[in-house]
Design a binder for this molecule. Sequence first.
Ligand code: CMP
Length: 134
Amino acid sequence: MTEQTLAIIKPDAVKKNIIGKIIQRIEDEGFKVSALKMLHLTKDEAKGFYIVHKARPFYESLTDFMSSGPVVVMALERENAISHWRLVMGATDPAQAEPGTLRHAYGFSVERNAVHGSDARETAEWEINYFFKK
Ligand code: CMP
């Protein structure tokens, strides 16, 4: 069934000048980019976005990183968009990511892992709404 997911090209990937390569892959995978914008998150915006990880030891570092430079946020549409985008990204830790996945190709560490994707229907809706209020 057609659904939407939220994708982010993280600051490490934007710095590496691979926005185009990542969006090409997204289109090659049959996603429609239904919304897109580049923005530089404030620390508070990054904290708000990752609020579910508030109690985790990596929360401060992750939100520092996510507010360290521009990101590209997108709403992607496709059949099974959420699970398919997770497949294309690969495992959170680039060292564990399968060859052919974006994180295998472009990720550096569990934090600097090039891209983000929603993990479920409810989070996708919440995350899309966080950046693209209707
Ligand atoms: P992301 O898909 O953006 O969702 C939460 C992020 O937390 C994750 O990718 C990682 O970049 C980051 N993170 C940092 N440290 C960890 C960790 N130890 N376990 C899981 N995620 C982590």
